[in-house]
Design a protein. Sequence first.
Lengths: 471, 191
Amino acid sequence: MGPKKELRVTDLDRSARYVVLFLIISGIFWLLFGTLLALLASIKMHMPDWLGGFGWLTFGRVRPLHLNTMVYGWASMTGAGVALWILSRLLKTPILLRGYIMVAGLVWNLALLAGSVQILAGSSRGIEWLEFPVSTMVVIVLCVLIMSASVILMIRYRRVKQLYVSVWYILAAFLWFPLLGLVSSLPIFDTPTVQAGMNWWYAHNALGLWFTPIGLAAAYYFIPKVLGRPIYSYGLSLLGFWGLALFYNWNGFHHLIGSPLPTWFVTISIAASVMMVIPVVVVAVNHHMTVVGSFSAVKYSPTLRFVVFAAMSYTFVSLQGSTQALRSVNEVIHFTHFVVAHAHIGMYAFVTMMLFGACYYIIPRITLQEWHSKALIKWHFWLTAIGIVIYAGALQYIGLFQGWDMNNPDVPFTDTVSMTIPYLMARSMSGFLMTAGHLIFAWLVVKMVFRTGEQPDAPLIWEKIRREFAL
Amino acid sequence: MIRYSILVFGILATFLIAMFGLTILPKIFIDEGVTEPVYFTPFEVTEGHRVFVREGCIYCHSKQVRPEGFGADFERGWGRASVATDYRNLLPHNLGTMRTGPDLANIGARQPGEDWHYLNLYQPRAINEESIMPPFPWLFEEVGEDARPAHEGLNLPDEYRVPGRKILPDDEARYLVAYLLSLDQQITGVD
């Protein structure tokens, strides 16, 4: 093949426009729906009789649907859109199979809709993180597979020699997730304890092998991009990537400490969880050394602000996870609200905030529009950041006491329930803050995409660091 | 190109090895011991398990007792450490990860009264004012006071009574309670 024609970034972005927008906006729709479910579930926990007569709105259906819409709707769809866009930029190739991806996105949305109705109607599969019926799950996996094909083709027809670290992560994510989804749908896990093993192998890997690689790919892309300087160390990137691939895969059974599964499987997972410290610290150092000296740029770039918050959360939540896997710690926090908060630091403070940051960068470039209000973006950031900090702080604080008291047989069990009530209320409060943030975000996106109102003449946010425009 | 091949190979190999280690290997080790015993699981219990799954009890109740010395499960009277055969091969598994409410692995032995369970399912606060368990009134039927004289309505405290009406458990409530009562580590139903 002769030398390929150079494409300008504006050409790449133009061709990415509809696919990426469709995926991101679908994700935002599910974010809003999932947020509504979150509020319902959270409030019901301290007001159990509220809407208590409706079977389809009972806590035990709303809560799993909240998780499923956030995971397979918001984070997966928006994450896929962000990943494909980053890939197109890094490989200097338009997103391939665009028509097929549009169809896949449409089918994916319909599958989510069908799955949601099924869970509310009571046909949940009943396995945490896998509550959608197998049929729904298989459809979603097939949709992702089409995107995986696009990823592989884009790498094949790339116009650059080197594969940047973000490309490794995105390729891995798009190979790992379909495999995960397919294995979890196999009918071979037909005894309860074996199924429990598969359950936590899957659930932990959905975070570790799908959302984490996409989130890290975004961090590796946006931090250097916004700051206009290269990533600190190639060697550390390499170590971080292979460390994650080696150790994260084995983490799942730390959710089963003390369960009837054979101890030695659990021990392997505990060891692997502790080993995760290596890739996590390596990635943290790499990002920190890239940002160091330019930290004030987070004030001017909304992308950087969200992304740095998310990257720091990743370090925090991962180190916390390694600690939680230790038997002595797990003895206390397992079965408590502490773990619920931990999961939200992962899926929200890390993954969701990373995706927000990415959207702030991507959407103006593919729509050739400007964000309408600098002030509202700030509100979005602070509402969600403060929201998740209150959420995590309240539940992890009381989760510790809940765990200690549960392990003290002199304390009546009811006390471990009533002590949590004020903190469950604080969680609902934080939920309202985050909801407000999401509504602002959705409003900003709608205004931009549907071109309502006056367009600002000059970029509202970027004036302080023009450098960012130097692509 | 060699680099790219190594990348793809590494991504797949790390995944597949761990997949084998954490899903297939446990299957090989555990399945035989679990599938061999004969479980006498009545229809009501199987159906009750279905209702248990449908209503999402698992998001607040674990069903796995940790070994003595690890936590205070034993001291709380929740039973001995759970074993793989306790679960009667009912799918989906419900080992659970949350104890907003108490562990239920041995609830049939701890709380053998059917009427107690009906009351707790219809309105948990009729039993314990501080409980935050949701009510499940759609598993019950509300009938006139004089209807079906052979059946007595739930013995509710005044504040939850509907004047002139009585509350009777539906089939689904009966199945669910049969399931809860079957959760007794002494009679696991194993031959």
